[in-house]
Design a protein around this ligand. Sequence first.
Ligand SMILES: Nc1nc2c(ncn2[C@@H]2O[C@H](COP(=O)(O)OP(=O)(O)OP(=O)(O)O)[C@@H](O)[C@H]2O)c(=O)[nH]1
Ligand SMILES: [Mg+2]
Length: 318
Amino acid sequence: MELVEKMLSGNQLALARLITLLENRADDLPEIMRTVYPHTGNAYCLGVTGPPGAGKSTLVDELTSVMRQRGLTVGIVAVDPTSPFTGGALLGDRIRMQKHYLDDDVFIRSLATRGSYGGLSASAKCIVKALDAFGKDVIIVETVGVGQTELEIIEAVDTILVVMVPEAGDTIQTMKAGLMEIADIFAVNKADREGATQMAAELRAMLSGRQIPTYWEIPVIETEASNSIGIEELYAEIEHHREVLSETDQLSARRRKQREGELIEIVQRRIKEQIIARMKKEERFSSLVRKIADGEIDPYSASNEIFSDRALLQDCFQ
Ligand SMILES: Nc1nc2c(ncn2[C@@H]2O[C@H](COP(=O)(O)OP(=O)(O)OP(=O)(O)O)[C@@H](O)[C@H]2O)c(=O)[nH]1
Ligand SMILES: [Mg+2]
């Protein structure tokens, strides 16, 4: 693939075009990924998640400055699956405000839903791989941590930073959203506001009761992203986590698990797409749908009919 070769040789424009293909899940995506894959595995991937407006983008921006000072190249993928209509445009504007927009060594792309079921997290993961193959040292993925899509994406990173803000009910929300379970590091951002120290203490107390991995004690760092306060400390913890993961072989364990998940995901998607495409060609399928709609048959019995049709299934997997 010429475009992939160009990208691999360091061409920024090729990278941008390739990422657009991946974002749109172009037909040749599998072929692109086959070529990209052997060049992946060198970048470190940081996931940043937390409630809307917590200051994730501002923190990402600040952390990027620290990384750039250390000579690291950075790729940023911001995912906003919440608003299919305005999300893309809004996010685009927000991203543009970042101060690394003109830095050639920082590549920024925002993604928003296109109504594709489950496609967003898959696209995001492919894009992270492309940035990795391109040679970025660090890839940062920002998501609003609420739904399944975001959790799927965030699980594909090496270090998960959960950003919180000192606002009433936030801790409980975070627990509900499953963020307590996935955090490697907590940042209590907007520490200039009242209640930050108390929230950090609350979080630490909660964590001390439930430290599951013995190799890592989850730190809670207070930050003021918009005032550049606490960023170096936060970055130090990210570095520290990375070191601990490598020393304890947890990094390779995480990545092995991610690859396994990735395979299962790809197989699932292929099965789903093939069966559905094949089914839709059958007159019998539309008559089944009619029967379901008319209440003559339930969807479980209808799916049994489909799965007992050996000829149809065989046809799917030739
Ligand atoms: N007071 C205060 N405001 C902050 C701080 N950090 C960020 N903000 C402000 O909070 C607002 C939201 O910041 P963003 O970085 O866009 O937050 P986000 O979490 O990326 O938001 P979404 O992507 O929309 O979920 C902006 O107006 C920031 O300037 C902080 O430490 N203190
Ligand atoms: Mg943001």
